[in-house]
Write a new protein. Structure first.
Length: 140
């Protein structure tokens, strides 16, 4: 990998293409949040008073910026630093294991929505989003 890249460009393209197909399906984010909230009573409780139309907009933008961070781009990195700050001990205090629930819920929802989801595509999702999770965990 080059100095400006954290993740290989082909992997990012594979992830972004798949993400766009998933987000084009109106039920994708609803299915993700259903699955994520089912992962734990703690997670469900954290989202009890959430405005999901707003949350969907936030997540859409965040996923896009996570892929930019994986490319080594500053706006993506800055976004992850902001996520780490808002999700950290001083603010939302998100337990580290919730990031694992989040990642697995996204991947399982992509598998459900993507007709051609295979081990190679799953690896791309895990590499791009896994990097984002590692960065957030390191800086919270």
């Amino acid at each position: 990998m080059g100095a400006n890249h954290e993740v290989d460009g082909e992997i990012i393209i594979r992830f972004r293409t798949s993400l766009e197909r998933c987000l084009a399906r109106s039920e994708f984010l609803d299915r993700f949040y259903d699955r994520f909230m089912s992962s734990s009573d703690e997670v469900k409780e954290m989202f009890a008073k959430t405005d999901f139309s707003k949350q969907h907009r936030i997540l859409r933008g965040s996923l896009y910026l996570m892929s930019r961070a994986a490319m080594g781009l500053e706006d993506g990195r800055e976004h992850l630093m902001a996520v780490a700050k808002t999700h950290g001990a001083d603010r939302l205090a998100i337990p580290p294991h919730h990031y694992d629930f989040w990642l697995e819920a996204l991947i399982e929802t992509a598998r459900e929505m993507e007709r051609d989801f295979d081990s190679e595509l799953e690896a791309a999702w895990r590499e791009v989003l896994g990097l984002a999770v590692r960065i957030v965990r390191q800086h919270d």
